[in-house]
Write a protein that binds this ligand. Structure first.
Ligand SMILES: C[S@@+](CC[C@H](N)C(=O)[O-])C[C@H]1O[C@@H](n2cnc3c(N)ncnc32)[C@H](O)[C@@H]1O
Length: 231
């Protein structure tokens, strides 16, 4: 195993108890969390940075699609609770969505959860879309012992970008005017790879937030397919 992978393995091992600590999670996100079930975790590093950046941009009443909401609907619920946004949560995985709905009910939130493969069952229009996609390349995930049981939450295919590519293609196809905030850990997918993909799909990266300590980049993306040049 290469030295960098050894370091990542140590960091993953050290992080797991943190991502599973209910009290710490509450103090970070200010929403209530149901107890964990086998194989679950509450959040990851990208979740923290994604919510932090979104909180700086969003206002009460903004409409948000929490794409890939996961088992605790953490991104959307935090924005509903802390900003007062109107939120719809979506996830492709039925069992994760059931758990997310339970956590939404536990928080008495008036947000809605919909099972959807990207935008397939989504009819509403949004100001913002938040997405922390699975982006770990398969071999890398297996080398650092990411669990097989929740592969849907981390597995980004051979190169790590298969879910991101699918998402960008669909975002372009629906011609949504929403701003997308997409979080990607730069240890797994470097910035130049995301920039190349966005360019290839004709999607504009309007800014990139790069925190100094945590390795998650937040890309703000906009659909430029139909933008008419000004005279
Ligand atoms: C890394 S987890 C993010 C969970 C949570 N939002 C967070 O930030 O902690 C990625 C999520 O994307 C979901 N996902 C993967 N492919 C999807 C698709 N095609 N459509 C919608 N959700 C998808 C997975 O089921 C998983 O819940």
């Amino acid at each position: 195993m290469k030295i960098l992978e050894k370091i990542k393995l140590i960091i993953v091992k050290l992080s797991i108890p943190v991502f599973k600590n209910r009290l710490l999670t509450y103090s970070l996100f200010r929403i209530r969390f149901l107890p964990l079930q086998e194989g679950d975790h509450y959040y990851d590093l990208t979740t923290i940075v994604l919510i932090r950046v979104l909180k700086k941009h969003l206002n009460p009443g903004n409409t948000v699609l929490d794409m890939g909401t996961g088992a605790f609907a953490v991104v959307g619920l935090s924005l509903w609770k802390q900003i007062g946004c109107q939120v719809i949560h979506a996830d492709v995985d039925e069992s994760l969505l059931k758990k997310a709905q339970a956590n939404i009910d536990y928080n008495h939130a008036n947000t809605q959860a919909i099972q959807s493969d990207f935008f397939s069952n989504i009819e509403n229009k949004f100001d913002y879309i938040a997405f922390n996609p699975p982006y770990v390349p398969i071999e890398e995930g297996e080398n650092i012992n990411l669990p097989d049981s929740n592969r849907i939450q981390w597995d980004g295919g051979v190169t790590g970008t298969s879910v991101i590519e699918g998402f960008l293609e669909e975002f372009k196809a629906i011609k949504s005017p929403a701003k997308v905030f997409m979080g990607v850990n730069r240890w797994h997918i470097p910035e130049k790879k995301i920039s190349a993909l966005a360019k290839q799909k004709n999607i504009m990266i309007t800014s990139i937030h790069k925190p100094f300590i945590l390795p998650a980049n937040i890309y703000i993306l906009e659909n430029i397919s139909d933008v008419q040049p000004k005279d």
